[in-house]
Every structure is written in C-alpha cells, then in structure tokens.
Ligand binder design. Structure first.
Ligand code: XMP
Length: 340
C-alpha cells in the first residue's frame, strides 16, 4: 500500500541511515521542481547538515535567483547559498554563437563555480567542527561533506542506463560525473524511483508552492540557448523581459497548465520597423509553446487570436530593442522544442 507520505517517511529514514548522524550533504539547486523537492526532502531528513547552492549563471529568467532564495531559504528553511557568478559565465560566453559550445562552457563553468563553493563550505565545516571540539562540545560537531544531492528521476535513471545511442549526443546535457570525482563525493538520489507527476505530488506534500511545483522545465544552459546569436548582458535582459511578459500572459489567460513548455526566443536578426515618425532597426522575438507528454515529439499550442495580439502588443511596446514578434508553429520532429 504505497502512498506518498509513507514514501516520505521511508526516504527520510533511508537518507538518515546513509548520511549517518554527522555527515553533511551538498546539492546544487536550479530552481526547478526536481532539485527543489529533493532539497526540501533532504532538509526534512538532516536539517542544516544539508547545504544547497544555487549558481546564478547570468542566463536565468528574470528575478529567478531571488525567487528561489525566497522560496527555499525564507519560506522552507533550507540552508542555501546563492552564488552570483554571472560575470564569469558571461565573460566566458563572450562572442560564442555555437550552441554546443555554449552548453560546454556553461557546463564546465558551473562545475568550476560549484567546486569552489564546495571547497569554501568544506573549510567552514572544518572550522566549525574544530571550534565545537575546542569548546568541549564534541556532540555538536558535524562531519565533512560526503554526499552530493541529485534530483535524478526514474526516467533519467533509465535513460542513462539504456540511452547510449547517437541520440544521446544530439544535445549535450549536464554531467556530474567529473564533479563527483573531483570533490570525492558520493551521489545521493532521493527521487530516483519517482516519475515527474509523483515528484509534483511530493512537492505539494512538502509545502512547495503550487505555481512552482507545476513549473515548465527549464534547460541547464538557460537563456543562452534561447539567444540565437552571441550572449551579452543586454541580450539576456531583452529576452528576460519578453519571456516574463509572455509567461505572465499565459498564466493570466489560464493556459499555463495546458502547455508543456513555453518560452520566448531572441533572434539575432534586425528588422525594420517604425515608431512615431522614426524608423527602427530592432530585433525579433519568437514565441514557442510546446505540447508534449515525453518531450521526444511535440506539437505547438493553438493560442487564440486575442491572446497573441495582446502578447505581441505588450512585447513590442514594453521591450526596448524589439519591434517584431513571430509565432513558432513547428512540430517536433522535424524541429526541436528549443531553437538551439
Ligand atoms: P529539444 O530542444 O531537444 O528539448 O526538443 C527537449 C527538452 O530538453 C530540454 N533541453 C535541455 N535541458 N540542458 C537541459 O538541461 C540542455 O542542454 C537542453 N537542451 C534541451 C528542452 O528545454 C526540452 O524540455
């Protein structure tokens, strides 16, 4: 008789057994459902011996790092450090247009930043431990960071076992193998037996707000693969604004839960427009909304005409640097969901 609350109890007991009474766990938080749920579960199991790290890579959605900080740290009590590494990421991405190159740079830079933060936390843990021992409070001393939390789901487990064909390399996904070796950490994966809908149910039980639990997936390389040309801070800001308007209108219209993944894309072309009595020479935003069950094939969401008018008007009026909005009406295949 498997229920979600018995799952929580069993998994908390299992985590406590694996980590032991003093061990510490570190985990990277993306702001997505999986890592947030995994983090909250870990916090329930071992409290402040779990430390979450969120890396702001400069290509997150508008206000993302602050929102995740509020939700995880202030509302849910998870110990969290947000590392603003946006300058480093953006400087390494300078002039890079090739999508696979962007993915590699972001993946590698993420590992560098996370390792550096991990080393910092490790030093702090050692100092804390020494202080507790010195003060004769050995019972309060905690151990070293021994484990890395991953929000891996069952489908990811299966994919990594069986998915060795060429399709696995169509787009490079993040890989934590090197991270584990370098930091000498062991993997801990509390969600490895769950499907996405189960993780959402679990998140709700753990008190994660509904709007977050039902969020569309967001790729690790973030807005960098939705800016079709070179990534700069100003390009990121344009896309953040357009995307925010688009998603806000989708939520207001009540379509969010009917769509699997919606986002705006910034095209590197300039088109002529007119504003007042001036010619403009600005960029183009494409709107994507995919409907899919498995993300392997997808169709596009049939927005009503009035909705599209509203979004288009808002984006061209409110986002400086954009004078056209186009709608992506391509299925997967032959297109993919992302443009890069
Ligand atoms: P495509 O574009 O291949 O996308 O149809 C399928 C799903 O995968 C996501 N995606 C990524 N996720 N790193 C990620 O973490 C990536 O490099 C990446 N590329 C695509 C995409 O957002 C969609 O949900």
């Amino acid at each position: 008789n498997w229920t979600m609350s018995t799952f929580i109890d069993k998994e908390i007991a299992r985590i406590r057994e694996i980590v032991g009474p003093k061990g510490r766990v570190i985990g990277a938080i993306s702001g997505g459902v999986d890592s947030s749920v995994a983090a909250k579960l870990m916090h329930e199991a071992i409290g402040d011996r779990f430390h979450a790290v969120m890396v702001d890579n400069g290509v997150l959605r508008s206000n993302e790092a602050a929102q995740v900080h509020k939700m995880l740290s202030e509302d849910l009590g998870v110990k969290l450090t947000v590392v603003d590494a946006s300058d480093l990421f953006l400087s390494r991405l300078e002039g890079v247009e090739d999508p696979e190159q962007k993915r590699k740079i972001i993946g590698n830079t993420f590992i560098n930043v996370f390792e550096e933060e991990g080393a910092k936390l490790e030093r702090e843990a050692e100092e804390e431990e020494a202080a507790a021992l010195k003060a004769g409070r050995a019972h309060e001393a905690k151990g070293k960071y021994e484990f890395l939390l991953q929000g891996t789901l069952y489908p990811d487990v299966i994919e990594s076992i069986s998915f060795k064909g060429p399709s696995a390399t169509i787009k490079t996904h993040h890989n934590v193998g090197g991270l584990l070796e370098d930091m000498k950490l062991k993997l801990i994966e509390p969600l490895r037996e769950l499907f996405k809908d189960e993780v959402r149910a679990l998140g709700k039980l753990l008190g994660i707000p509904a709007h977050l639990v039902g969020r569309h997936p967001f790729p690790g390389p973030g807005l960098a693969i939705r800016i079709l040309g070179a990534v700069t801070r100003s390009q990121v800001e344009i896309l953040q604004k357009a995307d925010q308007i688009y998603i806000e209108e989708i939520r207001n219209a009540g379509f969010y839960d009917d769509i699997s993944q919606a986002f705006a894309v910034l095209l590197p072309v300039r088109a002529v427009g007119v504003q007042g009595d001036k010619r403009t020479y600005d960029q183009v935003i494409a709107l994507r909304a995919a409907q899919t069950t498995d993300f392997m094939t997808a169709t596009w969401f049939p927005f009503p005409f009035e909705f599209l008018c509203k979004v288009s008007n808002r984006i061209t009026n409110e986002v400086a640097g954009v004078n056209r909005v186009v709608l992506d009406i391509s299925s997967k295949p032959p297109a993919t969901i992302e443009w890069l």
